[in-house]
Design a protein around this ligand. Structure first.
Ligand code: ADP
Ligand code: MG
Length: 392
């Protein structure tokens, strides 16, 4: 059975160091890492100024490297599925020659962060990136890459250390250089994640509170469907637009400001699709607040119930699930000891997250694998620390 408890960070660092030695010779002076994330609840709410409840994962992107003289940077990735070539060279940006979006696609995440980095003058550098976050699996390898690059640059040319501004700069990089109009959740939790805690993030105020989540009797199981439907790229911006349209019709600055009553009052001014999208967002924000409370009180049954409601709403109202994710959730919910399960991330493939009693973990993985027509990958995870500098 394909299952992983998550390879230790030291293994990813060793790989990055080996490739650095092969590519550039010598050893890197700086090593950093930034985690991927799983969102427990609060899906498609971040870009509506709402609440989200993610946690940082033990899966990380590592960046190792050194300063060099001159203006030319050189960055390589060990990722096999990243589009070719795996090593790129580019000049440091200037006021008249900013870094722009060009092939290969993966390097734009790096260049975007260099462009939006919040201190100058940056020195040139050579570096290697290695990761055990699955690429394109909905666990935010992209944000972990951006935040790793930013954390690396902080070692070469320190900024003011403002962590929220750091997350915002990384989000900007994804907007401008990857062309993905993402919310702030992924970068925020990759920067500010806390070991043993989920993070309740208010995406309007950009404040977060840590919710303890270190009960040894409870497990967070991630199941990667290992499918990714091509819809992801086009549907995400279209959902975002629909939400903005709904907020405008309701006369609100965002759907965060709207209640279900506001929506009902305006129902005849909304087409049914826009209504359904807004309904998901407004209720999901409310659900996330309740879920955080449930988690604080150790009310796992209640938390699990809210996870399933979230999934059903994403499937029926927001329409971002797919048969594979639905099948994984249904299979998980068959198992005794499972509190709840839902799709996590943008949708149309990627992963589900399941909250369950620790003693049910083996049983659950076996059952899910038996029921799922594809080949799932499992990760048994614990809430981990945000981006950090590693000793060299
Ligand atoms: P997700 O964030 O859910 O993993 P995305 O599509 O947002 O999926 O981001 C995946 C993309 O990010 C990859 O296709 C690649 O371009 C880039 N990427 C992420 N991690 C790496 C890495 N270690 N090396 C090179 N590119 C990476
Ligand atoms: Mg991403």
């Amino acid at each position: 059975m394909a299952r992983r408890t998550c390879e230790p960070v030291s293994g990813v660092v060793a790989e990055a160091r080996r490739v650095y030695q092969e590519t550039f010779g010598g050893s890197a002076g700086v090593a950093v890492c930034a985690p991927g994330r799983v969102n427990l609840i609060g899906e498609h709410t971040d870009y509506n100024q709402g609440l989200v409840l993610p946690m940082a994962l033990p899966l990380v992107t590592v960046m190792v490297g050194s300063k060099t003289s001159g203006q030319s940077c050189s960055v390589a990735t060990t990722a096999e599925s990243a589009d070719e070539p795996r090593k790129v060279d580019f000049d440091l940006p200037t006021d008249t020659a900013p870094l722009i979006r060009v092939e290969p696609a993966w390097a734009n995440y790096v260049k975007g962060v260099v462009q939006h980095y919040r201190a100058r003058p940056l020195p040139a550098f050579k570096a290697v990136i290695a990761s055990n976050v699955p690429l394109g699996g909905g666990l935010s390898s992209s944000a972990s890459l951006e935040v790793a690059v930013y954390t690396f640059l902080q070692q070469l040319c320190p900024d003011d250390g403002d962590k929220v501004a750091k997350a915002l700069a990384c989000q900007q990089a994804e907007h401008t250089h990857a062309g993905m109009p993402c919310g702030i959740m992924d970068q925020f939790v990759s920067v500010l994640g806390k070991e043993g805690h989920a993070l309740l993030i208010d995406c309007r105020s950009l404040e977060a509170s840590a919710v303890p989540m270190a009960d040894p009797d409870v497990v967070i199981l991630i199941t990667n469907s290992n499918v990714r439907h091509s819809l992801t790229g086009s549907e995400y911006p279209s959902r975002r637009k629909q939400c903005e349209k709904a907020a405008a019709i309701l006369g609100k600055s965002s759907l965060r400001e709207a209640t279900v009553q506001d929506l009902e009052d305006a129902k005849d001014r909304l087409d049914s699709e826009t209504y359904r999208r807004a309904r998901h967002v407004i209720e999901e924000i409310e659900r996330t607040a309740r879920a955080a409370e449930a988690l604080r009180g150790g009310a796992y049954q209640e938390f699990g119930k809210l996870m399933v409601e979230s999934h059903n709403s994403l499937r029926d109202l927001y329409e971002v699930s797919c048969p594979e994710l639905d099948a994984l959730v249904t299979a998980a919910m068959d198992v005794d000891g499972v509190f709840g399960s839902r799709m996590t991330g943008g949708g149309f493939g990627g992963c589900t997250v399941t909250l369950l009693q620790a003693e049910a973990t083996e049983r659950a993985m076996k059952h899910i694998e038996g029921r799922y027509s594809g080949c799932p990958t499992f990760y048994i995870t614990t809430p981990s620390e945000g981006a950090r500098v590693l000793s060299v």
